[in-house]
Design a protein around this ligand. Structure first.
Ligand code: TYM
Length: 335
């Protein structure tokens, strides 16, 4: 069994890009591997945010994960800031991370462009991400395509730490695991689906909202009139179909697109029906969990306790290899 780790920011809205690119895969992986899934609130504070809503958004994201099918009896689900070892390992990994690599990260460049004053936390964001994964010696990281550059840097950081400090203990080099919908575009078809761009379908959108959003959504740009044949391979609606429709429907959709047997609206209606069928039970489970905040808090407390036990073991090894004086209360055991 491999160790799997992945994270999601508490943006407050789980959208179908997150779901198809990552979370749907997490639900499958929990049956095959030893999985940890984390709501990464420390990452979320690297950009301007509202302190009044961060805690609720964190709870809501955890509810979204449970409602999507992550089973707390199979996978460890927890909040990043509840396990302080993430911040400690982050600091130590900073000491082996090349500044030039951080400055080259496209996500950093994009986000920095949108801010007047760029905080160092935004630059160091991928180091914290490396700490998240390496803390649990995870080898598989199920993510969307936008995270690949961070994963590449994570491996580089692991190699550099290992070269300098490994001695009986070393970090494995984690691999990304992509889903078929590794890059879901927004409904405008212009950029990746992202809450900050306002081009999403949320996992908890009502059925009418889903249909209203799908109707005008961009399809194959070359399909101008109803009679033009389309190409499902370059159509974002087909990418979304792949996450929600069974194989026989996909074959039918692809055929009717290529032959112009269906218009885009016909294709979208089938998609809307399948999406609504898949998302309605998720929305209903989330509503039930929303009504039980104590239960959610208990699940997250239990998740953090399990994660912390693993994290502490790694940190004992890391501190020793890096030559720190052991504190009496760090539980490292007598030498
Ligand atoms: P975040 O919160 O932006 O997104 C969570 C996951 O959803 C995927 N995703 C998408 N996939 C396909 N199409 C899209 N339009 C789309 N939008 C989002 C993301 O790739 C991601 O897998 N830095 C990470 C969080 C993180 C993390 C980690 C991930 C922190 N530490 C350690 C893995 C391992 C992020 O911002 O994800």
């Amino acid at each position: 069994m491999a160790r799997v780790f992945s994270g999601i920011q508490p943006s407050g809205e789980l959208h179908i890009g997150n779901y198809l690119g990552a979370v749907q895969n997490w639900v499958k992986l929990q049956h095959q591997h030893d999985c940890l899934f984390c709501v990464v609130d420390l990452h979320a504070v690297t950009q301007p945010y509202d302190t009044a809503t961060l805690a609720q958004r964190t709870t809501d994201m955890a509810i979204g994960l449970f409602a999507s099918g992550i089973d707390p009896a199979r996978a460890v689900v927890f909040v990043q800031s509840h396990v302080p070892e993430h911040a400690e390992l982050y600091w130590l990994l900073n000491t082996v991370t090349p500044l030039g690599e951080l400055e080259r990260q496209t996500q950093f460049k994009d986000k920095a462009q949108r801010q007047e004053s760029v905080p160092a936390g935004l630059l160091n964001y991928p180091v914290l991400q490396a700490a998240d994964v390496l803390l649990y010696e995870a080898t598989l990281v199920p993510v969307g395509e936008d995270q690949l550059q961070h994963l590449e840097l994570m491996r580089e950081i692991a190699r550099r730490w290992n070269t300098r400090f490994a001695n009986g203990f070393s970090f494995p080099e984690p691999q990304a695991l992509l889903s078929t919908a590794k890059r879901v575009l927004g409904l405008d078809g212009q950029a990746k689906m992202s809450k900050s761009l306002g081009n999403t379908i949320a996992l908890f959108d009502a059925p009418e909202t889903i249909w209203e959003k799908l109707k005008p959504a961009a399809t194959d740009p070359a399909r101008v009139t109803r009679k033009d044949p389309g190409n499902p391979e370059i159509c974002n609606i087909f990418t979304i179909h792949q996450g929600f429709s069974p194989p026989a429907t996909l074959t039918l959709v692809a055929h009717n697109c290529r032959t112009a047997g269906w218009g885009c609206l016909d294709c979208k209606r089938v998609l809307a029906d399948n999406m609504i069928a898949a998302l309605t039970p998720i929305r209903e489970r989330a509503e039930r969990l929303q009504a039980e905040p104590r239960r959610v808090a208990d699940l997250l407390r239990a998740g953090a306790a399990k994660a912390r036990a693993l994290a502490r073991r790694t940190m004992t090894q890391v501190r020793r290899r890096m030559g720190f004086l052991e504190a009496a209360d760090q539980g490292g055991g007598a030498v």
